[in-house]
Design a protein around this ligand. Structure first.
Ligand code: SAM
Length: 216
């Protein structure tokens, strides 16, 4: 409740993105597509505008909303690579990127993220900002490749770490279906907060997010 009141209060101070972003957001919410919340958008905007990363990697495109939102926060020289595997989402993402990324600053990689991450590592690609927003139960599996792809001083932002508050509950208080994700997310939090290459902060913003910086 307090968080909801705060969200409503903060709305009046929020900087507005280009109008097409809000149209896409409305569309996504109407169609139950899970996209980044307003609080998460605020943090991403701040980080992207202050750090101006040149090569950003997103894991979990959905319909391309957050990729387009982030593009609008970045200088022209910055490029975004985003990964998605579900065809139903890809259909919309291709359409939205064709319409709103005419400059071709966003590269869509179609397929399973674990495979795409391996390929990026093999090719020797690196990123100075990584936004993790895919299947919550997979974050831990992605971590070794993500840590390898991140440049020294680069930032890793992971979204939905509360999993609607479930992560804080006892294992027995969550439904059976969510128990695996619950356990894996706790393991992921343990891993990134104790990772020798990462310095991490957990923030109660949106559905919970973490920001990690890779040590030099
Ligand atoms: N970042 C998007 C936004 O805010 O506009 C929302 C992403 S949504 C929360 C998560 C997306 O990750 C879904 O579209 C899902 O299909 C995709 N996804 C989940 N697991 C994946 C995997 N292993 N490989 C590729 N995509 C995956």
């Amino acid at each position: 409740m307090e968080q909801e009141r705060m969200e409503v209060f903060l709305e009046r101070f929020r900087q507005e993105p280009p109008s097409y972003i809000r149209v896409l957001e409305k569309q996504a919410l109407a169609e139950d597509v899970p996209i980044i919340r307003r609080g998460t958008q605020d943090v991403l905007r701040f980080l992207l505008r202050t750090r101006e990363p040149e090569r950003l990697l997103e894991i979990g495109t959905a319909i391309g909303y957050s990729a387009l939102f982030m593009k609008e926060c970045l200088p022209e020289k910055s490029r975004i690579t985003t990964i998605e595997k579900v065809e139903m989402r890809l259909v919309e993402a291709r359409k939205n990127l064709a319409e709103y990324d005419k400059e071709g600053r966003i590269r869509l990689l179609e397929g399973e993220a674990a495979e795409k991450l391996h390929e990026l590592v093999k090719k020797g690609e690196t990123f100075d900002f990584i936004f993790m927003d895919a299947a919550k139960g997979q974050y831990l599996n992605f971590l070794p490749d993500v840590a390898a792809l991140l440049t020294p001083s680069g930032l890793l932002v992971s979204d939905n770490i509360w999993h609607e508050g479930d992560v804080m509950e006892s294992r027995y208080a969550v439904t059976r279906r969510d128990r695996t994700i619950h356990g894996r997310m706790r393991e992921y939090l343990q891993a990134i907060t104790h990772h020798e290459q990462l310095e991490t902060i957990c923030l109660p913003v949106g559905d919970g997010m973490t920001i990690s910086q890779k040590r030099n």
